[in-house]
Design a protein around this ligand. Structure first.
Ligand code: 5GP
Length: 116
């Protein structure tokens, strides 16, 4: 997998508001938030898309979801609710080809799906 801007964020070469980091993953605020709270959770193990994650690496995805839920609880919006999303390839609008989970929260969210 080739270098992405998320690698540069992890190495602090591009500034970002990093809200969490451990040995497995890191999380930072999205530069173009689509909700009042919009945080990206990125594993330190590299995969370009969800299609590239083998079944025996499924824990990598599970850790992202767990970290997002933990963050929601710590920040006090877990009970109000939130959405997690992972875009895969063109039809979903994936723009950074290093898997990441979007956490969206902070207001009632619109439904999702196709847009006319
Ligand atoms: P995707 O479209 O691949 O699912 O999500 C990529 C996300 O990365 C987008 O929501 C976009 O706003 C965010 N993003 C792109 N460049 C930067 C950046 O330089 N800094 C931060 N914090 N987020 C970025």
């Amino acid at each position: 997998m080739s270098e992405t801007l998320f690698h540069k964020i992890l190495r602090r070469e591009i500034p970002a508001d990093i809200v969490f980091e451990d040995e497995h993953l890191f999380a930072f605020r999205d530069i173009a938030p689509q909700a009042p709270i919009h945080v990206l959770f990125v594993p330190k193990q590299d995969f370009a898309t969800l299609n590239d994650v083998p079944e025996d690496a499924a824990v990598v995805i599970g850790r992202l979801a767990s970290a997002a839920a933990r963050y929601a609880k710590e920040q006090g919006f877990a009970e109000d609710g939130y959405r997690i999303v992972m875009n895969c390839n063109g039809d979903a609008g994936q723009t950074v080809f290093q898997i990441h989970l979007h956490l969206l929260a902070g207001a009632p969210l619109g439904r999702f799906g196709t847009q006319g």
